[in-house]
Design a protein around this ligand. Structure first.
Ligand code: NOJ
Length: 542
């Protein structure tokens, strides 16, 4: 059955995130590149059959934050290729029916960006106001108490011009001043540059950070030891981050940004998905826009930090569905380049359940490269750590989820021919890699392939309604996905113990997380093994 054409591709499709440094190295220098991505497009379109790839930054950058410090918003870092390689990637992806989403980093640039070099050159430089500069307090201290996410103050003093500049992340990542119309126009022009080159969408980095309190007030101190993030963030947790991000005016900016994206032709709708770490549902949902006129979707990161049990998941999905503005489209994420690996959070059997959960909930799933193999969080020895966050705040490093993709059991894992990849390979790569898992019918990769294939042909999974079956045993999360033509039941057992579930009607198993159960007929009672998940269709004739 073809995809439902009344929905845009980003409703029905599955997004696959590629961290370009770590996906495939076509030049033999130990760092992945765009040519390497081109060489693996068949893996995405045929082996997995996902619909879109999202590329983390590939722009010129001194790599202080591995590309999230952009020195030119409209070019390609020579490490990754050039604009011609990028154009080829888009063309080759489109030939295979794959959409291309690029990372857009609006909150900050690199301190090496020509704009910042000019801005810091003197107080009266025409680009001074492209960044956020403030005088010191009378005692010489920074203008307010704002902290950098990556540790320490969010302000760095510039000796030459006698003012502080703001950086919500590293001091090598000065924040752009989005209150300056010239900055907005320049950044929108950068988006147009990529839209004109054919990209299908943008993932917008820390989207909620771009507008701050115009009065630059001090953040209140945090009376509780927990921060407003979902994981301990060290010193950053000592404040409530009221004024350094998410100012009300941000919604005007996203309305304007959306108008620009919407000027691109209807037959090829482009999309935006914002990285928004807000855990108040109502506040988060505002980024869709009052009239769905802001971001197409704010990323929903709630699954990343949810407890891994049926009750917590039921509650979370209920909360999300209730928070969505009418007509807004949901989405789910279980891993990315900032989070500990999915398989290390969920374990062996849990990873199979997680795959089924992500690919059956109502909304767009985003998969992180390597999670389809169950790649584990790697333990990177301190002297080989690369991530600046981990080097500044021990324990918060993100290298462990960024190790090179494991393609084969050869030296270099089929990722590189270089003797030393930019980050060490995970030490289990010889056992856990694409080649090996393709050959094993029971592998996690083959489970992902079955789930992706089913999702592609099942209108109920792509766009059907979601309904909780609330009479299931406490440890089981059971829901119905239903379209005009199809009704599927998804039953996930989050306990070690076998469980029995009463079904609304007899059915047939389409996919089980346990090998060898597919196509089994089931009466009105479904028996699930510990940590088993299944998708059922109605029995013929029912
Ligand atoms: C969020 C990105 O996902 C992360 O990797 C990066 O370090 C920060 N934004 C700063 O750009």
């Amino acid at each position: 059955m073809p995809s439902d054409t009344s929905h845009p591709w980003w409703h029905t499709g599955v997004i696959y995130q590629i961290y370009p440094r770590s996906f495939n190295d076509s030049t033999g220098n130990g760092v992945g590149d765009l040519g390497g991505v081109i060489d693996k497009l068949d893996y995405l379109s045929e082996t997995l059959d996902v619909d879109a790839l999202w590329l983390s930054p590939f722009y010129p950058s001194p790599m202080a934050d591995f590309g999230y410090d952009v020195a030119d918003f409209t070019d390609v870092h020579p490490l990754f290729g050039d604009l011609e390689t990028f154009d080829r990637l888009v063309a080759e992806a489109h030939t295979r029916g794959l959409k291309v989403i690029v990372d857009f980093v609006p909150n900050h640039s690199s301190d090496q960006h020509a704009w910042f070099v000019e801005s810091r050159s003197s107080r009266d430089n025409p680009r001074r106001d492209w960044y956020v500069w403030q005088n010191p307090r009378p005692d010489g201290d920074p203008p307010n108490n704002w902290l950098s996410v990556f540790g320490g103050p969010a302000w760095t003093f510039d000796e030459a011009t006698g003012q502080y500049y703001l950086h919500s992340f590293l001091k090598e990542q000065p924040d752009l001043n989005w209150r300056n119309p010239a900055v907005r126009e320049a950044m929108f022009d950068a988006m147009r540059f990529w839209l004109d080159r054919g990209v299908d969408g943008f993932r917008i980095d820390v989207a909620h950070f771009i507008m701050k309190d115009p009065m630059m007030r001090d953040n209140p101190l945090n009376p509780s030891p927990d921060g407003d993030f979902y994981k301990p963030m060290g010193e950053y947790d000592s404040q409530i981050h009221l004024y350094n991000k998410g100012h009300e005016d941000i919604h005007d900016v996203f309305r304007e940004l959306r108008r620009i994206v919407d000027t691109y032709p209807d037959e090829r709708p482009r999309m935006t998905v914002g990285e928004i770490h807000l855990f108040d549902w109502a506040e988060w949902a505002r980024y869709y826009g009052d009239d769905l006129d802001e971001l197409h979707m704010p990323f929903n990161f709630s699954l990343l930090h949810a407890d891994r049990n049926a009750a917590a998941l039921r509650r979370l999905v209920d909360q999300l569905e209730a928070a969505l503005p009418p007509g807004a489209w949901p989405n789910y994420v279980l891993g990315n380049h900032d989070e500990p690996r999915l398989a290390s959070r969920y374990g062996e059997a849990g990873s199979r359940l997680a795959a089924m959960l992500l690919l059956t909930l109502r909304g767009t799933p985003t998969l992180y490269y390597g999670d389809e193999l169950g790649m584990r969080q790697a333990d990177i020895p301190p002297d080989q750590q690369q991530d600046p966050w981990g080097r500044r705040v021990p324990g918060l490093g993100r290298d462990g989820c960024r190790t090179p993709m494991a393609w084969t059991d050869e030296p270099g894992a089929g990722f590189t021919t270089a003797p030393t990849p930019w980050l060490p390979l995970h030490d289990d790569y010889a056992a856990r890699n694409v080649t090996r898992q393709r050959q094993d019918p029971a592998s996690l990769l083959n489970l992902y392939r079955r789930l992706l294939a089913l999702r592609k042909t099942a209108p109920a999974l792509q766009t059907g309604a979601y309904r909780l079956l609330d009479d299931a045993p406490d440890d089981c999360y059971v829901f119905v996905r239903e379209s005009d033509t199809q009704r599927l039941v998804v039953a996930l057992n989050f306990s070690d113990a076998p469980q029995r579930i009463t079904l609304p009607s007899p059915g047939r198993l389409l996919v089980s997380t346990n090998p060898d159960r597919d196509e089994e007929a089931v009466g009105e009672t479904l028996a699930l093994d510990g940590h088993e998940g299944v998708i059922l269709t109605r029995a013929e004739g029912d």
